[in-house]
Design a protein around this ligand. Structure first.
Ligand code: AMP
Length: 127
């Protein structure tokens, strides 16, 4: 089975410049921007510029340069937005994939969320 990328998804449109975004960081391979519906004082989305559907698609098929750049940008955003885990109270990095993961936008994105205590990731009753 292969991953199928939908070029009409909203992050593809952001990457093509068709709709605006509040850019936090940008490189040749990676874009970071403010989530439009922030769940905490800091809520930044980091996306690769390549056509990857999900975390596992990106991890399996992106180049080493894309993967390294993506994570360096994410770390820089944590530092610059004051949530880095060595000097602050930390943050949560989340990525949803597919229907069970309740992924709304089918372009891989990492949520960087912080600036307040976030509670447990999943309630034990959900297991
Ligand atoms: P997910 O459920 O993991 O696919 O998350 C999608 C995220 O994209 C949500 O947190 C939305 O608030 C966010 N989002 C949707 N459209 C936009 C947009 N145009 N600009 C920024 N964030 C967006």
């Amino acid at each position: 089975m292969a991953w199928t990328y939908d070029d009409a998804n909203i992050f593809a449109r952001i990457l093509r410049g068709e709709i605006p975004n509040r850019t936090v960081a940008e490189t040749d391979h990676t874009l970071a921007f403010e989530d439009i519906q922030p769940q905490a004082p800091v809520h930044v989305l980091v996306i690769p510029k390549g056509r990857y559907v999900s975390f596992d698609h990106f991890a399996a098929e992106a180049s080493d340069a894309e993967i390294a750049d993506f994570h360096r940008v994410a770390a820089r955003v944590c530092r610059e937005r004051g949530i880095a885990s060595d000097t602050t109270e930390g943050f949560r990095a989340i990525t949803n994939a597919g229907a069970h993961g309740v992924q709304e936008v089918p372009h891989y994105h990492l949520h960087l969320i912080g600036g307040r205590p976030l509670g447990r990731m999943l309630a034990k009753a959900d297991a």
